[in-house]
Ligand binder design. Structure first.
Ligand code: GAP
Length: 457
């Protein structure tokens, strides 16, 4: 209960401090959509940048791509999404609301039952036997389960109809698979190598979103490792570890993370697991790692008619590479970062300080420039304009210095720089640390180097 209260507090803080707002709010909102404000967009961009740095910039054998969101609809036939990217849905005959059968069972059994391991018939039987009722109206009168495809459809060109039907991509991964040959040839890449992408994906989710945990429009950060069969297990283990270490390095507490193997594997998959996080709503998925055999490239070969074979330059052996996929939602990770960083401290004077302990590398603002009084603003703006060439800086001259510090604590700014009358005399400032609230004096000319050192990732 206490933890759920924290999620409400985080949602409020996000709204009040320009981190995340409800989508289309002045029109009454739109379910499962959220807008990132001036502070939140910095946080999410920094998270995406940290991921790209770790998985593309620092990997000599990974290539980045930014593929189109709208793809030839045959892509989704090949990937299996048109046929089976669906959730088991039931309608309440009384109030006409639609629900996911697996979620109804999880909620009713308080997570003790595992609907992922059940067939539709078994789920229907469970719901009937345990009188699982509609969370909206309380009646137990359900339609049979139907599979509901999660892809958003749209149409291309002037005439409507099935031939013009296209989809908003439900995952970024296919943009990596369809560019396998382009990237291999243009970059003279040798298997094993990786292709990574960060971009939007869309799913027609009807389940309540729990803030940005589940949204209908979200960003994914995905990495496909192409390798020879036999090496796939090694890469699967390697990416499990890399994915976990990335989270630890971002400052996520180890006790809030765990691996969870999938109970049901797709017929082509050799292994699959999630890293779960202990959210205020309980343990749930943060990211997935998947050993997918050569299913993806084989299917694209079959549907496109283009050979996806790779020829080993040393042995001349020809084969369709296997894929180990690592996929994490940028918004899901932003939620994890927010939950993990949120803290309420009781100060010596009895007041409560809300503070976001973000890793400095992903903090929205690295430094806030605060003139002690308004008549020091000229000097403060000088400092701001010099530091803002290197870092996102905030500038605030309104209100008491104590309140300004609190505001920066709430958006996780790791350093506050106060300009006072001594600054005019000797070009030094006070730097205040967010986490310890300690303060020390530092020369203005040393500030940039000092901050650069502290925000390394
Ligand atoms: N290509 C594999 C794939 O898309 P997934 O488990 O469906 O796998 C990967 O999605 C990640 O994307 C999830 O672990 C989660 O972090 C994020 N994600 C999926 N659906 C989401 C949604 N509706 N809202 C926010 N993030 C989502």
């Amino acid at each position: 209960m206490e933890k759920l209260k924290n999620l409400d507090k985080i949602v409020m803080l996000c709204k009040n401090r320009g981190i995340i707002f409800p989508g289309s709010e002045i029109y009454g909102g739109m379910g499962n959509t959220w807008d990132y404000g001036p502070v939140g967009v910095e946080l999410k961009n920094n998270i995406k940048r940290a991921w790209w740095k770790r998985f593309v910039q620092e990997s000599p054998t990974t290539y980045g791509v930014d593929a189109a969101i709208l793809m030839n609809s045959r892509v989704w036939d090949a990937s299996g999404h048109t046929a089976s990217f669906s959730d088991p849905k039931m309608d309440c005959k009384n109030c006409k609301t639609r629900h996911r059968a697996d979620n109804l069972i999880s909620a009713h059994s308080k997570g003790k039952e595992n609907p992922d391991a059940m067939s539709n018939e078994e789920m229907e039987a469970y719901i009937q036997a345990h009188h699982v009722c509609c969370p909206n109206c309380g009646k137990c009168d359900w339609t049979p389960i139907r599979q509901f495809n999660l892809m958003f459809e749209t149409s291309r060109g002037v005439t409507d109809g099935d031939t013009n039907k296209i989809y908003l991509r439900p995952e970024t991964a296919q943009g990596e698979f369809v560019n396998f040959l382009n990237i291999q040839r243009s970059m003279r890449a040798k298997v094993p190598f990786g292709i990574a992408q960060v971009g939007k994906a869309f799913r027609n989710e009807i389940t309540p979103g729990n803030f940005i945990f589940r949204t209908i429009e979200f960003e994914q950060m995905e990495h496909q490792q192409f390798c020879k069969e036999g090496d796939d297990h090694k890469f699967y283990e390697e990416y499990k570890q890399k994915a976990f270490n990335f989270l630890l390095d971002l400052g996520i507490k180890k006790e809030n993370l765990r691996f969870k193997d999938h109970d049901k594997l797709a017929h082509y998959a050799k292994a699959a697991c999630d890293i779960q996080y202990n959210y205020p709503i309980g343990w749930d998925e943060l990211n997935g790692i998947h050993n997918r055999s050569n299913y993806d490239l084989s299917r694209h070969q079959e549907y496109s008619g283009k050979s996806m074979e790779y020829t080993d330059p040393y042995t001349n052996e020809k084969y369709i590479p296997n894929v180990v996929e690592y996929s994490i939602g940028a918004d899901r990770l932003t939620l994890v970062v927010l939950c993990d960083a949120y803290d309420e401290e009781t100060l010596e004077n009895g007041e409560t300080r809300v503070v976001m302990h973000f890793h400095p590398a992903i903090a929205p603002f690295k430094v806030a420039i605060l003139p002690l009084q308004k008549n020091l603003s000229e000097k403060a703006k000088e400092v701001y304009s010099s530091l803002s060439k290197d870092f996102m800086c905030d500038y605030d001259e309104a209100g008491s210095i104590g309140k300004r510090y609190r505001r920066q604590d709430e958006i996780g700014t790791p350093f506050c720089v106060t300009i006072d009358f001594d600054t005019l005399e000797n070009d030094t400032v006070t730097i205040r640390y967010r986490d310890t609230m300690k303060q020390e004096r530092i020369a203005i000319e040393k500030l940039a180097e000092f901050i650069k050192e502290k925000i390394k990732f």
